[in-house]
Design a protein around this ligand. Structure first.
Ligand code: MN
Length: 488
């Protein structure tokens, strides 16, 4: 079997185990469609292009996401890089999939022009997508595979892409509570940005893990016995090793002394409900002396991104220090997949309701923290969000305006002169009339005539923003004055 077929069969198998009711025929169709569309294209790594969307879809399937998201993962580079269009995707796979692919394509429109401006643009765009966070999740999976094949790119591109991930993508994943994704993104970019430190830590951790494995197994056994003696059934007791990048950050705080990082290795106990979590904590504290100030109740007080769990650090019977995390299965899934856990399918195949709102609230809070300006803050409230659109300049800058804004509004946002001298507009490279309502993601280019001096008073009938209205009025006011003067 070819590698491609092997990978594809793996995808089918993953989907079958996580969602038995998924329409595999549509997945098959999407795979064939993407394969045909990318025919003949190669990645920098020398691989056939199709391996990339396939890997993206695989990651999404492993996150137990629903079929439309996986299908969109397979198709995510089609409109951007092939002769097939979004329209073709809509015809074959329907509105939902096409909408997701469109979102990914729009995110790709942002061009890199200096890190500060880029971060700002990307943040805005991420929030524009807040209505459909699935797009962001696909983007993460896409970026993760790009990182895995980063070795094929020149050094300067490696650094650029890896720092982008470390500075933008990983913090967003963290904020969305997607710890697994955050960890993977950080791990891969850390490798390229700090190769020396990465290798040093990798060796250190391997060495330490070997040493600690024995006592880790011992303490796991001990915990299981103690719980059994109290008639408590644990669903799972396992060890986990801290990921390299977060370990690195912690080490920097502690003079690179790994013995001072207490959660380097932790054990995690999964139980059926919250009362059992507290019961387990009590039982363990009776037997293992807790370290002062290290008991954390993230169940009573979850972290801002929703993370819930009990943490404690204890002395083992051998006098070793170890962190213990106690949580329910639901908390475990939330901790790994964060917001992505909200697109899990239950047995009936419908979305888990009601939990999305909490996340939207969190995003709003975050946006508040980012913004210092009270007025901007108000505008960015999620409920108002639906009244905003985000459009691009040909350079890839993002401009946000009121819903229904037209190319004339856009022109005045860019510059007063551009507004006054505006004679036409290109929307996504097509000539459009000046009163067209713009849509989020449109790339707008304003055509100007340098000899034109004044705006058209008819524009006042359709412009949506007060900015444009005021500027048009002010320019026309000047004209009236000059006309009067000339007549005298
Ligand atoms: Mn891609």
């Amino acid at each position: 079997m070819s590698d491609l077929n092997k990978n594809y069969n793996k995808l089918l198998k993953t989907i079958k185990t996580t969602q038995p009711n998924a329409d595999l025929n549509l997945v098959e169709l999407a795979f064939e469609f993407a394969k045909t569309a990318h025919q003949g294209q190669k990645r920098m790594s020398g691989e056939e292009y199709i391996f990339h969307p396939l890997a993206t879809a695989q990651k999404l399937a492993e996150m137990k996401l629903s079929a439309p998201i996986i299908i969109a993962g397979l198709l995510h580079d089609v409109p951007e890089d092939t002769d097939y269009t979004l329209e073709d995707i809509k015809k074959n796979f329907g509105e939902e999939v096409a909408g997701l692919v469109e979102g990914i394509t729009k995110l790709g429109t942002i061009k890199y022009r200096g890190i500060e401006r880029y971060i700002e643009n990307l943040r805005k765009m991420f929030f524009a997508m807040a209505a459909d966070l699935r797009v962001i999740i696909i983007k993460f999976a896409d970026r993760l595979h790009n990182l895995k094949t980063l070795y094929a790119l020149p050094r300067n591109k490696q650094i650029r892409i890896a720092s982008e991930v470390l500075e933008i993508y990983a913090p967003i994943a963290n904020r969305l509570g997607m710890y697994e994704m955050k960890g993977l993104l950080e791990e891969e970019s850390f490798k390229y940005l700090y190769p020396k430190e990465y290798n040093w830590l990798k060796n250190l951790v391997e060495e330490q893990s070997k040493q600690k494995e024995k006592y880790l197994n011992k303490i796991i056994k001990f915990v299981k016995q103690e719980l059994a003696a109290e008639n408590i059934k644990s669903l799972e007791v396992k060890g986990r090793i801290k990921q390299l990048y977060s370990l690195y950050k912690k080490l920097l705080k502690h003079n690179k002394d790994i013995n001072r990082v207490y959660d380097f290795i932790a054990i995690r106990i999964i139980v059926k409900d919250i009362p059992t979590c507290y019961a387990v904590l009590g039982i363990l504290h009776k037997k293992l002396k807790p370290l002062k100030g290290r008991i954390k109740d993230y169940i009573a007080q979850p972290k801002p991104n929703g993370y819930s769990s009990l943490h404690t650090t204890v002395f083992t019977p051998e006098g070793e220090i170890i962190e213990i995390q106690i949580r329910t299965r639901e908390m475990e899934e939330e901790a790994e997949y964060g917001i992505a856990a909200h697109w899990y399918y239950d047995e009936k195949g419908s979305l888990k309701p009601g939990r999305k709102a909490k996340w939207i609230e969190e995003l709003t809070k975050w946006q508040k923290e980012l913004s210092e300006n009270e007025k901007i803050l108000e505008k960015l409230k999620i409920d108002v969000f639906q009244d905003r659109i985000f459009v691009f300049t040909p350079n890839g800058d993002v401009i946000d305006m009121a819903n229904g804004a037209t190319p004339v509004d856009f022109a005045y946002y860019v510059h007063t002169d551009v507004g006054n001298k505006c004679v036409g507009a290109l929307i996504n490279n097509h000539i459009a009339s000046l009163d067209t309502a713009l849509k989020s993601g449109d790339v707008v280019e304003i055509l100007t005539d340098k000899n034109r001096k004044y705006p058209n008073s008819d524009w006042l009938k359709f412009v949506k923003t007060s900015l444009a209205k005021n500027k048009i009025k002010s320019a026309l006011g000047k004209r009236t004055l000059i006309d009067k003067f000339l007549k005298k």
